[in-house]
Design a binder for this molecule. Structure first.
Ligand SMILES: [Zn+2]
Ligand SMILES: [Zn+2]
Length: 124
């Protein structure tokens, strides 16, 4: 699969039964929708309440090449993720991950992101 942001070939890191596709150049992270659900279920947190309005985006889904939607996440600072309109998964830019983890008052998102960050740091 190719990185939707910079078109580099994504690398696969397998950790604890999770398959993470990440970009070695821009450090973005692709999560299949089931993977995000597995992560949030493991943590016992709910990601859905954070999801805000979506708009047409510009980047191609690495799975199906359809243009992904740009999805707003609630809270400050405002953040946008890319999500496949067919439900294949989610794209986190590296800056989005760190911005999320820097937020205060969004415990559930921080839990998710610190979990992901831990996985990313251990990636080869
Ligand atoms: Zn990239
Ligand atoms: Zn797709």
């Amino acid at each position: 699969m190719r990185c939707p942001a910079c078109r580099a070939e994504l690398l696969v890191a397998e950790r604890d039964g999770l398959e993470l596709d990440w970009c070695p150049f821009c450090r973005g992270l692709w999560l299949d929708s089931g993977e995000l659900e597995a992560i949030t279920a493991t943590l016992g947190v709910r990601f859905a309440p954070l999801i805000g309005p979506r708009e047409p985006g510009t980047r191609p889904c690495p799975r199906c090449r359809k243009t992904m939607d740009s999805l707003a996440l609630r809270g400050q600072p405002p953040l946008r993720l890319d999500v496949c309109p067919e439900g294949h998964g989610w794209w986190f830019d590296a800056g989005e991950l760190s911005a999320l983890s820097a937020r205060r008052g969004l415990g559930t998102a921080e839990d998710v992101v610190s979990f992901l960050g831990e996985r990313l740091r251990r990636a080869p």
